[in-house]
Design a binder for this molecule. Structure first.
Ligand SMILES: [Zn+2]
Length: 417
């Protein structure tokens, strides 16, 4: 081989290596790691997906640590309220994100609007990255709901504005890169978020084979992270916590409540805020009883007036909770005549899809909790617990004094050594 050809060959090898490890995040062993938590939020990962789809890396973590039989979401079983409950230890009525979209009497919060996601006025309570930053630790949040807003004028040291098109592998590599920083700059708390499992299960229903592939995709990301931690010699010392915001259940088109035909829209002060599972109503002054009476004719849903939700929802005391809220019964959906007819006429009309947002009493709404790392017990399957307990658990592991919250460490300390 001529020198030129050898150089070309070496260059080629170098390019191959770059292609495999695009982030080139460094491989050095980390010997001075302080207590560290990585929180992986997997949207819509139902409690039984570990058994049902047997993802190898996630299953191994579960065996090496703690796995709960289910993670009980707060009501309503939607993404933003629950991911924010996990990091604040507060119920949605107390942390302010009472649904994915809501109205506070003046303005509407919509989770799809980046400006809302970054406006601090909406986010009440203290997420763990703020608790940590206030107590002198660095944190890195990469797309975790709520993490791009400045809360109490504070953000994580590293935070990035949400963009769903950023490849999942890059989210993992960026966190690993942060861990590779010198001790005084290395974050103690890191978080990221993956949406794929939820999206695919909405589209095809939770029992479809497509969901197995989505779960295995996320599992490969977990494997990528664990491999990187192992290379740096910290796989057993980092606390890796896998959580989801809620589960998901099958919804059939035939189980639809046509809600807009029940109520005279002249009774509305403003239009309802609607999703497939939850409708929020804003009747004119004095018209709440009349609207409630009209809604009572709808079979396949339950409606409550503000301050009259069942006690077990802990869904009272916030003026962001609407005057009336209707929630579909498990397996049902709420619609307008127009969208229902369009759905039935549609060329790819789906009889089965998946959804969440229902009463949190249902087992299908339970998410996943897996905790591994030196503070967790090993090879233990725990009874389901509420997601508001996780904040205290993470504070305990990180040696932080928790802010006031709705959890109680005594209810979850059996998970720790
Ligand atoms: Zn969803």
């Amino acid at each position: 081989m001529s020198i030129l050809r050898r150089l070309t060959f070496l260059l080629f090898l170098g390019l191959c290596t770059l292609a495999i490890v695009p982030a080139a995040v460094g491989q050095a062993k980390i010997r001075d790691l302080k207590p560290t938590v990585i929180l992986l939020g997997i949207d819509g990962f139902r409690h039984d997906y570990v058994d049902k789809y047997d993802p190898p890396h996630i299953s191994r973590l579960a065996r090496n640590g703690i796995r709960a039989k289910g993670l009980i979401p707060a009501f309503p079983t939607k993404t933003f309220p629950n991911f924010y409950s996990i990091v604040t230890g507060k119920y949605p009525a107390n942390h302010g994100i009472v649904d994915n979209s809501f109205f506070d009497g003046e303005q509407t919060f919509r989770y799809t609007n980046l400006a809302d996601a970054e406006a601090s006025k909406w986010w009440i309570g203290e997420p763990i990255w703020i608790t940590a930053e206030k107590q002198g630790k660095r944190t890195a949040t990469y797309f975790y709901p709520g993490s791009s807003a400045a809360i109490n004028d504070t953000k994580a040291t590293l935070s990035r504005r949400y963009n769903g098109r950023v490849p999942n592998e890059m989210r993992i590599d960026e966190l690993v890169r942060e861990l590779g920083k010198p001790t005084d700059q290395r974050p103690a708390f890191l978080a990221t978020y993956f949406s794929e499992v939820d999206e695919v299960a909405h589209e095809f229903g939770p029992d479809a084979d497509e969901v197995r592939y989505a779960v295995l995709n996320v599992d490969r990301l977990v494997g990528r992270l664990v491999d990187a931690l192992r290379t740096r010699g910290i796989a057993d010392r980092v606390h890796l916590i896998i959580v989801s915001d809620h589960g998901l259940t099958t919804v059939k088109t035939e189980n639809t409540v046509i809600v807009d035909e029940l109520v005279d829209t002249n009774l509305y002060a403003r239009n309802p805020i609607t999703s497939r599972i939850i409708w929020q109503f804003f009747p004119k002054q004095g018209k709440v009883p009349e609207v409630l009476r009209a809604l009572a004719a709808g079979k396949g849903m339950k409606c409550w007036e503000r301050e009259k939700f069942p006690e077990r929802f802990k869904y009272r005391g916030s003026d962001r909770i609407p005057p009336i809220m209707c929630v579909a019964d498990l397996g049902w959906q709420l619609s307008t005549r127009e969208s229902y007819d369009a759905e039935r006429r549609s060329i790819d009309a789906r009889v089965i899809r998946g959804d969440h947002g229902f009463d949190n009493i249902h087992r299908d709404m339970q998410g996943v909790f897996i905790g591994s790392g030196s503070s967790f017990k090993q090879n233990v399957v725990a009874e389901p617990f509420e997601n508001i307990e996780i904040y205290n658990l993470m504070c305990k592991i990180l040696g932080l004094t928790p802010a006031k919250n709705d959890g109680d460490i005594n209810r979850v300390k059996h998970l720790l050594r």
